[in-house]
Design a protein around this ligand. Structure first.
Ligand code: PBE
Length: 269
């Protein structure tokens, strides 16, 4: 029914992802800032289930609202828009930082140098995400991207001592962006620096906790300053922040282009 409000069309449901994701907490705050907390519901799901639901809706040209973030392959695959957020309740543009455990510099100086120098652009990350989404093996996708971007990659490994086969543990959450970046890190460290990289798939809390307690070595998916504030502040004294590895991320509510809505404010009516 085209005359129904957006809320009625989607039954007042926003399709979210896993409950520990920063975007879930942010979305709850956004809902209360825009006065949506009474009528609307944020459904828990997962990154993969959310994109599957989006895909199903788009195939039927049905209305849907999901939590979304940039960079993400879904913006290449579909015609989507991120709703305007005039109150900047999602925090606007953010960065992704690299966090390492204390003592990494002394124990594995080459790995530390690599992580310190690792930095790329949203378009790069999006290319790798799309290859993986299209079904390419994660390490194959990383390999292909690295081979096409040797100049940039050489700046990451420059001056880094090889690891003589030492193992570096990298925790990651199964969000498309973190899967892609962690796999690129693994490919480069293993093929250009003689490290062995163990990727450990975990929940968001343990991703931060394992760096703080030293049971893992480095993570490349800390979204700051808004998305992961709570985790960051909780463990801040117990890790080393190596700074930005990518700049220009965004969180928001995302709908297909064919929906007649442009701003989060329009959800109120
Ligand atoms: N994300 C992607 C994560 C950070 C990386 C936006 C889904 C989150 O919400 O915590």
């Amino acid at each position: 029914n085209k005359n129904a409000s957006v809320g009625e069309q989607v039954e007042y449901e926003i399709v979210g992802i896993d409950p520990g994701a920063g975007i879930m907490g942010l979305t709850k705050e956004v809902m209360s800032e825009y006065g949506l907390e009474e009528n609307w519901e944020l459904k828990e799901s997962s990154g993969a289930a959310m994109t599957a639901e989006l895909d199903g809706a788009i195939n039927e040209e049905e209305p849907i609202i999901v939590t979304g973030w940039i960079p993400h392959w879904k913006f290449i695959e579909y015609d989507l828009k991120m709703l305007e957020d005039p109150k900047e309740a999602y925090g606007g543009k953010e960065d992704i930082n690299t966090l390492v455990r204390k003592g990494l510099k002394e124990d594995m100086p080459g790995a530390y140098t690599f992580f310190d120098q690792f930095e790329w652009e949203p378009d790069h990350l999006q290319e790798v995400m799309l290859k993986i989404e299209e079904g390419q093996d994660e390490q194959e996708a990383a390999k292909e991207w690295v081979e096409n971007n040797e100049d940039l990659v050489s700046t990451w490994v420059e001056g880094a001592e090889p690891g003589d086969g030492a193992t570096v543990k990298v925790p990651y959450v199964a969000w498309a962006d973190v899967i892609a970046s962690s796999n690129v890190v693994k490919y480069v460290m293993e093929n250009e620096l003689d490290y062995k990289v163990e990727l450990m798939q975990v929940e968001p809390g343990p991703m931060f906790a394992s760096i703080a307690d030293g049971s893992a070595d480095a993570m490349v998916g800390a979204w700051l300053p808004s998305t992961h504030t709570d985790y960051y502040e909780k463990y801040e004294d117990d890790f080393e922040d190596l700074g930005v590895n990518l700049t220009g991320t965004r969180n928001g509510l995302v709908v297909p282009e064919y929906m007649d809505v442009d701003s989060i404010e329009d959800l109120k009516v």
